[in-house]
Design a protein around this ligand. Structure first.
Ligand SMILES: Nc1ncnc2c1ncn2[C@@H]1O[C@H](COP(=O)(O)OP(=O)(O)OP(=O)(O)O)[C@@H](O)[C@H]1O
Length: 427
């Protein structure tokens, strides 16, 4: 039987020797971030030698693209310079991150707070990023979704970079920084978003809204593109936004545009939490006094929406925020409190008198609760159930215990992120 190169003993020992030499050469390549050699740093997954051909499998997925390229080139050079190596190649492999029990789609967040502006450059992304960090610093599990498709600058503001890994079903997993999860079209590609237009932008965003696999966030802060273009309108249709924060400068033209945008959001049933008046004054370093940057009356007050924060021009706002108590400015921390208070105010539930209240009731006792409540309820009157989970199954139970014709309408509405109300209205 003819011997294949693989089974030739002299070829094998030659390959073994070459493998040792290549590994020794690779051990001289450093991981620039960990300051260890590439084996110690866990970057090399395998070295394969076949004749004079060397393949190095490396996981450089945590490096920014330019650093990954530099490490790759150094490894190729190190392996290629070894005597007997004719060709060296680095193959990139990515270890899959732990996906655990992730929730797919932005709708899985308990609440979504959008940050919008009528104009660009007023500080919307700065406010969105600072707000997300302040909420996270307060112990919430927070996601930050940068939907500013034509200018996604959240990754830059937070100094985060890709690659975006995916779970076993191919759903993109946000990049994590200090416990804050970040998703942005800017993480997917550094150049594509600027070229995206119309339908393409819409499709790309819709996919990200639907498919991103989050780690069960309490709140997702959504940084919208400025204005009221297609992307904003489709976002409002596709994402269950619990409230929107508008950012504006207190300049008349900006405020009158903001007024129109506010109306559009209201027409689309998105509750307006309020307005952030940004960069309206600065505090003089010399005299320590605040000075208005815009003359005249403050038009923001006339918008008819609560002013959640007045943030001066403050160099501290230009520094990258961090999702830690020391990492957010006082302005951002006050804003997060105002946002939370407004959400509570808007979403406070008006529980109808006599409603069966299933909030906090153990799952195995719920049916009995509904049954008893129904028996006590007066025939011909509306029947209400308030619950801390979707009470749609109660409908089946009611149809079991009640005369099918006795109710004409069943409605289930989510009254706030934690409360649902079922209304069974008589015929
Ligand atoms: N309160 C503030 N004090 C000082 N600088 C600020 C403040 N708010 C924002 N800035 C700075 O203003 C610039 C524009 O801010 P930002 O990118 O957040 O605006 P934007 O409204 O998101 O713009 P666009 O929609 O065009 O992306 C940034 O350089 C930011 O650091």
């Amino acid at each position: 039987m003819a011997e294949t190169p693989d089974s030739d003993p002299s070829q094998r020992s030659h390959d073994d020797q070459l493998q040792d030499d290549v590994e020794a050469a690779l051990r001289r390549v450093r991981d620039p971030e960990a300051d260890k050699d590439v084996f110690e740093a866990g970057l090399v997954e395998g070295v394969f030698v076949d004749g004079g051909h060397v393949v190095v499998e490396a996981d450089l997925g945590d490096f920014p693209p330019d650093e990954a390229e530099a490490v790759t080139a150094t490894m190729v050079r190190a392996a290629g310079d070894v005597d007997g190596v004719e060709r060296a190649h680095v193959e990139h492999v990515h270890a899959q991150p732990e996906t655990g029990d992730r929730s797919v789609g932005i709708g899985a967040a308990d609440r979504v707070v959008a940050v919008a502006s009528a104009k660009g450059g007023v500080g919307k992304s700065t406010v969105a990023t600072s707000l997300a960090c302040a909420l996270a610093a307060d112990g919430e599990s927070v996601g930050l979704f940068d939907a500013d498709i034509h200018g996604p600058n959240v990754p830059e503001l937070l100094s985060v970079s890709g690659p975006v890994h995916s779970d076993e079903d191919g759903n993109p997993i946000p990049v994590e920084t200090d416990g804050l999860e970040v998703m942005s079209v800017g993480l997917l590609s550094s150049s594509a978003p600027l070229a995206w237009r119309g339908a393409m932008a819409h499709d790309a965003l819709s996919e990200l809204f639907e498919e991103t696999a989050w780690d069960d966030p309490d709140t997702v802060v959504l940084d919208l593109p400025p204005g009221t273009g297609d992307v904003v309108l489709t976002t409002l249709q596709e994402v269950p936004v619990h409230g929107v924060v508008f950012v504006t400068t207190p300049f008349h033209a900006a405020v009158s545009d903001t007024h129109r945008s506010l109306q559009l959001f209201e027409e689309n049933d998105v509750p307006v939490l309020g307005v952030v008046s940004n960069m309206g004054e600065f505090v003089c370093e010399n005299c320590g006094e605040p000075h208005d940057l815009f003359d005249g009356d403050d038009p923001v007050a006339a918008l008819g929406a609560p002013v959640l924060a007045e943030i001066p021009f403050d160099p501290e706002m230009q520094a990258a925020p961090e999702p830690t108590t020391d990492g957010v400015s006082d302005h951002a921390s006050d804003l997060s409190t105002a946002v939370r208070d407004r959400l509570d105010e808007i979403w406070t539930v008006d529980v109808p008198e006599g409603a069966v209240d299933l909030r906090g009731v153990a799952p195995d006792e719920r049916r009995e609760h509904v049954r008893t409540g129904f028996e006590a309820h007066e025939a011909g009157e509306p029947f209400y159930v308030v619950s801390d989970r979707d009470p749609t199954p109660v409908r089946e139970l009611l149809l079991d215990v009640a005369d099918t014709d006795s109710f004409e309408t069943f409605q289930v509405r989510r009254q706030n992120p934690e409360t649902w109300l079922l209304r069974a209205l008589p015929a």
